[in-house]
Every structure is written in C-alpha cells, then in structure tokens.
Design a protein around this ligand. Sequence first.
Ligand SMILES: Cc1ncc(COP(=O)(O)O)c(C=O)c1O
Length: 396
Amino acid sequence: MNTPQFRGLDNNKLNKLYGLNTPCYVIDEARLIANLEVLKRVEDESGCKILLAQKAFSNYDMYPVISEYLAGTEASGLYEARLGATRMPGKEVHVFCGAYKNNEFEELLQYADHIVFNSPAQLKKFGPEAKKTGKSIGLRINPEFSTQEDHEIYDPCSEKSRLGTTYYEWQKDMDEESIAMLDGLHFHTLCEQNSDDLAKTLDAFLVDFGQYLPKMKWLNMGGGHHITRDDYDIDLLKQCIARVKEQYDIEVYLEPGEAIALNAGYLITSVLDVVNKKNINIGILDMSAACHTPDVIEMPYRPPLMNSADEGEKKYTYLLGGPSCLSGDVIGSYSFDEPLIEGSMLVFGDMAIYSMCKNNTFNGMPLPSIYLLDKDGEISLIKSFGYNDFEYRLGS
Ligand SMILES: Cc1ncc(COP(=O)(O)O)c(C=O)c1O
C-alpha cells in the first residue's frame, strides 16, 4: 500500500505542537483556506456551485471561513442537514439519504433546500410533501459505470450497490408524474479520483439520462473529486461542467468532502510503550486506529506520518498500533532515523477528513481534543472531551 506524502507543518508550526496533550487533532487553517481558494477558482471559472460534504469534515468552528468560499453544505440525513442549516446560515443545504423516515421527514423540511431521493418509491412517497413546501427535488442515479478497483465499499457502482436508481429501475418505476416532480438529477460514483474518471462517468450517465436533463434545473455530480490534489486535472473538470451547462443550460453542483480539508489537519499522538515480539518492534500509541482513524482499517489506507519512511527504509522500523483490545487496531509499519521511546511524539498527516466525524469511544478510549492552528500560526483549543462524553451515550 502506498504511503501518501506528508504535507504541512514547517518548523515554526511544528514547534507550536510540542506540549499539547495527546492524542489531539490540529486543524491547519492556512491549508484549509488554500484548498478553498482552489475550489472558489473552480466555481468562478466554471460557474458551478460547490458544497461541503459534511460527512468528511464537519468541524463547524470552521464554517464561517468555509462559507466565504462555498455555496453551502451537503448532508446525509436529518442531523447533518440541521448542522448545515444552523451552523452555516444563509447558505444552501442539500441532503441525500439512502431512505428517509416518516418521523423525520417533516423536520428535515425545516432545514434542507434540495432533497435527493435514492429510489422512485421514496420520491413518490415523500416528493409531493417536499414539493408543496417549495423544496428542489432530485433523484440519485446509478449510472452503473464503475471506475474503481479493489474498493467495493467505496464504490456506489459496485455489483450489489443499493445506491442510486439504475436505468432499468427508472424505466420500470418512473411515470410522467414522478418525472415532472424532479428539479434535478444526482450521481455520486467517485472516491479520491481525478477528472478523467468523471469525464468517463459523465459520458455513461448522459447516454441513458441526458434525454431527461432538458426538463431539469440542475445536475449534482456528487463528491469524490480530488480537486485540491496536486495532480488533479482542473481543466478537464471545467470542461465536464461546461459540457453540461452549455448543452442543457442547467446549474451544476459538486459536493466534495475530502477536497475541502485535504491535508489540512494532523493527529498528534505519543508513544506509550515499545515492545519487541518475535523480533518485531512495536510502538503502542495513545491513539487508536479503530477509534480515531477508522478509515485506516476500513478503507484501508496508510496515513502519512511526519519524518518517517516505509518499513525498512530508515534504520528503525516499528509496527504502530493502539492501546485497545482489538488485535487489528494497527496503523502500519513505519521506519525512523531514531529509535522510538516512551513519550516520542508522532504526527500523522491528512487527518482533518473522515477522522473527527467518525470518532468513537470503543474500549472507553477518550476522544482526542481538537485544536486550531490558525492562519497566523497561533494555536488554540477548540474543544476537549472527558469521561462524560464517553458515559452519556451509554445509559441514563
Ligand atoms: C453522496 C455523497 N456525496 C459526497 C460525498 C463526499 O465524497 P468525498 O469526501 O470523497 O469527496 C460522498 C462520500 O461518500 C457521498 O456519498
């Protein structure tokens, strides 16, 4: 598995991190703003609108900054819609959920402006009520065009995907009345991908669904666009957007999560113990992959780690893992110039996304504090957590 390059933190910034209580996340505002500037340029030059997919990053202390650059937020259900509406007031709130619940839908109408359904049945069930309250209604399409390999759990076009309406289902279940309810179509098929995959997906989508776009007001091309990565082809993205806008004269939305806070955060952890088992040096950290970086296990991926190299490349190699009971609570093997000792500080990179918003307290692991390294290089505590945050979810 490749290790992405560690990005961020010159010596000045790094010095600010010594002495913080670990484990903790640090959000790097300057890097967040640099990403937002790239995204704003895409909006200005292409005329598209970009939303923050809150599932990836929802530290709402940063929403005032984000709202200066983006059109609004994207939510996965009632709670994220409420967060977007209340913490980024005045901006658009879009929601897509695999299935909405009777007892939540009315409240959702208070928060969301755009509501995207997963199936014709959900559209028929909830669409009329949403339409009556002036909402913009969409249907998620599954273009059945997979551009991902070995990533089934992140591939909405995988064989057994439940996400999005296929052309077969559309023909079977959509009648004129349902089509007339729609203001837009939505597809989300990518994960950490470049615009060449978007261009191919758009081709596939248009073959079956292009015929319906003249009736629509917007097309939402989902997330998974790694727009702020160095090698991302922004010109091709702009061509895709221009193609839709020119051919169909409709609004184009993108709702990336990763691209917004890519490489804009760190997870600082300390070595608690170093053990040697069957000739393997193991560093036990005060962070847990299972609790604090679950994507490392689920996806899986290798997070970048400052001043380290892959196994065996530097003199001292350690397998790094958490203190939990789970034998698979392992981050990976990394090598260092100096031996790790109790108290050594390690800095994982690219830790703003799919980290804080996925945290859990399995094994009673404490939640890491969240700090802000602001654009002037000053560090301040946003939030710390304690025993109560663990206990309150478990009983009365
Ligand atoms: C519907 C939808 N939109 C947007 C996103 C954001 O994707 P990413 O963070 O990869 O850009 C996701 C991620 O799963 C998604 O499911």
